[in-house]
Ligand binder design. Sequence first.
Ligand code: AVJ
Length: 326
Amino acid sequence: MTTSLTPAAGELISEKVASAVRRGLASLPKRLPPWLFYDEAGSQLFEQITELPEYYLTRTERSILATHAGAMITRASEGERLRVVELGAGSADKTRLLLAAAAEWQRTVLYEPVDVSWSALEAARARIEREIPGIVVAPRLMDYTHGLELEQTDPGERRLVLYIGSSIGNFDPEDAALLLSRVRAGLKPGDSLLLGVDLVKEDSILLAAYDDEAGVTAAFNRNLLVRLNRELGADFDPDGFAHRAVWNAAESRIEMHLESLTQQQALLTELDLRVNFAAGERIHTENSYKYQPGQVEAALTEAGFAAAASWTDAQGWFAVCLGRAE
Ligand code: AVJ
């Protein structure tokens, strides 16, 4: 990541953060990209979200993996040895269910987590090597949205790429299609992709998952402003903005916004920028796309994968789909 030393604070400012915030707050309507959520506090808040009663995604996907991990590994391997790649460093228990199933199949497994954060990769390596015998972790520091540059697999060895947790939900359909094609371009025929997506369901269930009773998602959303205050010397009053979660049926997505409660101004010292907010004006902070059954398979096919198998929960709330590179 590019950084520059600011004379004022003597602290490192990320150019990536600075330019994203400058662009986003100059847009109309104002927006900020969702990757900004994940500073240390935001990552901890997200962990808390995954345990909320309303946030069914994590527990539903986990139950699908707990039931079908063995079948998923069998379908992906078709009798060959597997190497497991994960987009995003997974130290989560969901990844462990799949790795344990793979280790049962072939005793030792090379696991390649791909992430832009070296500390996330190191944390994943430490946990996984300690907790699952037979897993050798080979961290890959790169931005997977730009494509995958992985070393060649051995003949007779197949890659299984994991992209779980509804992470693809943050991408609009066009960018999601591009991402899947880029992943496909980094694979050989016979390799596969396991994709976890959230499905369309009753509005009230979707909305509650993004506007929980305890206010954790609201804190997660407002933490963006706390982060800008710290990293860009800004003076946002996080309590001057309300958390809003909206179901946009036409786009099939949950949107999160921060809504200014009053007419106000914010000063971002490090950007030398003053931003005005009208009362009721929103910053659009996240899209979380929800798929129709069958739509995921279509997206996989479009990107050069054959839809090999899909698994869901009894309520049909979440889907995990295996695409085989053709
Ligand atoms: C990490 C993108 C899957 O969209 O459900 C959770 C992020 N935002 N609550 C999601 C999130 C608010 C999450 N993803």
